[in-house]
Design a protein around this ligand. Structure first.
Ligand code: FAE
Length: 547
């Protein structure tokens, strides 16, 4: 059994000042305590909601990884940037004193405009666990297309607010298949290190891992992987591991050890508002309008682009419509958000000159989930850190990389749980549906089968070796595979196809794609480090040549 790190050393986080937001909300003492608890200094947010008729040099749609990199680097180059984000600022605590809700007790903050939760694990012991919640512009969007539910973060910070923080650089030998038109030497020499540094990626202390109660589930996962001769690897993360040690010691408020993940993390995770966006705010050149949704981008008569924006309330209703002009527009609304916008704008005539690649090449990063039922002598522990820290790497032999994931229920489940990233070759397309006035995605649930087959190369073998079986109670009744969802949407505006080799949209000078939409459907590991590194590469070129 080999135990090594997928990616190298820990990195320093960037300057930690609070991002300037446009809500004008008062940052309460509890919120301050929240961020300060993780060692973060907090500066008060400044109201900056964009006005109707405004003109901006650069407008960034979305505040996830791609958008945050673009905003920071443009601002450092002296360009004033305005970011437009449909989700909330997430800087104000609720009546419980916390900004974010706990995974085990979803409430109004948890889901984007739903009246009932749609949890990735829908069942436990065969019983449905979803429940009614008030409709609200909550943090996690479970966006439903015909054959797949795509989970995405909503708010200033995008997916960084809800994800597990697993910060994985793909193995170099896999890179050619991930982004074939990109120079790997430059990525591994310059842009992956820059991204890891900007994101504050660090690695768990291996000595602490061996004894920490909250990683018993991962040690059980390692034991089972090892006995079946699968390589077991530690995975870097943006969680502040020193903070987690203090959580375990009981000296600070808990977040990973309180099971926080899907609906936000109140303390220890270095999400984008604590890294790239904090640095962007510190330049003094970046402002953001939360609860604003871009609906159109079209060439303006006097040059630049007219951007139409709906301001929304927490019920999702439009309270104002604004028209602004931008010299340059960066699409960073995520794979789904950017693809939906571009497909609509091409079909509707706002950007008719976009090429025929728009909407194509979308993949699920091969995501499939499963659980295994362990023997009673192999408990995985009632206390499980919500931050995964290890995986089983069978990519080369079987096309699957499986993260050993927690089931932070607070009780002993005797279950091992895994999210696999697999080499699923199926790709879907976004198209405009004139009958519904919406964008469809033609993914079919059956297209998950290659991913299931790849994951089975790991878990069939482990089950045979251990004399164990799959859990059938987590995704329904007698259902083994979580094949209905993805956490990792990628593609829809593929680099060097829908855009040039740096994200410039064909047909329109000054329009760029700079997010996960550029990546052709799979990264072989969790995607956000690659999204960040590619954004770093592209924005450097764009600043040097276009500005
Ligand atoms: P993203 O972060 O999604 O940001 C797009 C932003 O644009 C969002 O804030 C949207 O609200 C906003 N937006 C969309 N449309 C509009 C519009 N029309 N107007 C204004 N704003 C708009 O995009 N990845 C990892 O590498 N490691 C992990 O451990 C991991 N765990 C995950 C766990 C969960 C539950 C989920 C959902 C995802 C996870 N991911 C993980 C995936 C990762 O978060 C995702 O790949 C990135 O967030 C995508 O980055 P983008 O910049 O493409």
């Amino acid at each position: 059994m080999s135990t090594d790190s997928v990616h190298g050393k820990g990195h320093q986080g960037v300057s930690r000042r609070r991002f300037i937001t446009g809500t004008g909300s008062i940052l309460g003492a509890t919120a301050l305590a929240g961020y300060a608890g993780a060692g973060q200094a907090v500066a008060a947010p400044v109201r900056a909601a964009i006005g109707d008729g405004a003109r901006v040099a650069a407008l960034v749609i979305g505040t996830g990884y791609g958008g945050s990199v673009a905003a920071l680097r443009l601002a450092q180059a002296g360009v004033d940037v305005h970011m437009v984000e449909m989700g909330m600022a997430w800087d104000t605590p609720g009546s419980d004193g916390k900004i974010f809700a706990n995974t085990t007790t979803p409430d109004y903050r948890s889901f984007w405009l739903r009246t009932r939760t749609k949890q990735p694990l829908s069942n436990f012991l065969g019983f449905p666990i979803d429940k009614d919640v008030p409709r609200y512009t909550g943090i996690l969007d479970a966006e439903e297309f015909s054959g797949i539910t795509v989970y995405q973060g909503r708010g200033v910070g995008g997916g960084s607010l809800v994800n597990g923080g697993m910060a994985v650089t793909p193995k170099r030998e896999n890179f050619g298949a991930i982004l074939p038109s990109v120079n790997a030497d430059e990525m591994y020499g310059t842009y992956y290190p820059r991204a890891n540094s900007g994101l504050g990626v660090n690695v768990i202390d291996p000595n602490w891992f061996e004894t920490a109660e909250c990683y018993q589930y991962a040690r059980v996962g390692r034991k089972h992987a090892g006995r079946s001769n699968f390589p077991f690897v530690f995975v870097p993360d943006v969680y502040d591991w020193e903070y987690m040690k203090k959580e375990a010691a009981g000296t600070v408020p808990k977040s990973a050890l309180a099971g926080e993940i899907l609906y936000g993390n109140n303390y220890g995770k270095k999400s984008l508002p604590k890294t790239y966006l904090a640095q962007a705010a510190a330049t003094g050149r970046v402002t953001v309008s939360p609860q604003h949704k871009v609906t159109s981008v079209a060439p303006a008569s006097g040059g630049g682009y007219t951007v139409l924006i709906d301001q929304i309330n927490t019920n999702g209703d439009t309270t104002a419509t604004k028209s602004v002009t931008a010299d340059r527009v960066f699409f960073a609304a995520g794979s789904v958000g950017t693809s939906k916008l571009l497909v609509k704008l091409k079909a509707g005539g706002a950007l008719p000159g976009l090429n025929g690649e728009i909407g194509k090449g979308w993949g699920d990063n091969g995501n499939v989930m499963c659980g295994r039922a362990n023997h009673l002598w192999d408990p995985t522990g009632p206390l499980q850190s919500s931050i995964p820290t290890a995986g089983i790497d069978n990519w080369a032999a079987g096309g699957a990389f499986a993260e050993v994931a927690p089931l932070p229920t607070g009780i002993e489940t005797f279950a091992s749980f895994y999210l696999s990233i697999t080499k699923n070759p199926n790709r879907a397309e976004f198209t405009w549906n004139p009958a519904t006035g919406k964008v469809d995605l033609n993914w079919q649930t059956a297209w998950k089968q290659p991913g299931i087959d790849a994951a089975k190369t790991i878990f069939d073998k482990i089950n045979a070796k251990e004399g164990t079986i799959y859990r059938t109670d987590l995704f329904g009744v007698y259902k083994i595979w979580g094949d209905h969802l993805t956490y990792h949407p990628l593609g829809g505006a593929i680099l060097n196809k829908a855009t040039d080799n740096y994200g410039r949209l064909h047909g329109y000078t000054g329009l760029y794609v700079i997010d996960g939409a550029l990546i052709p459907g799979n990264t072989s590991v969790n995607p956000f480090v690659t999204i960040t590194a590619l954004a770093e590469r592209n924005i450097e070129k764009i600043i040097a040549i276009d500005l």
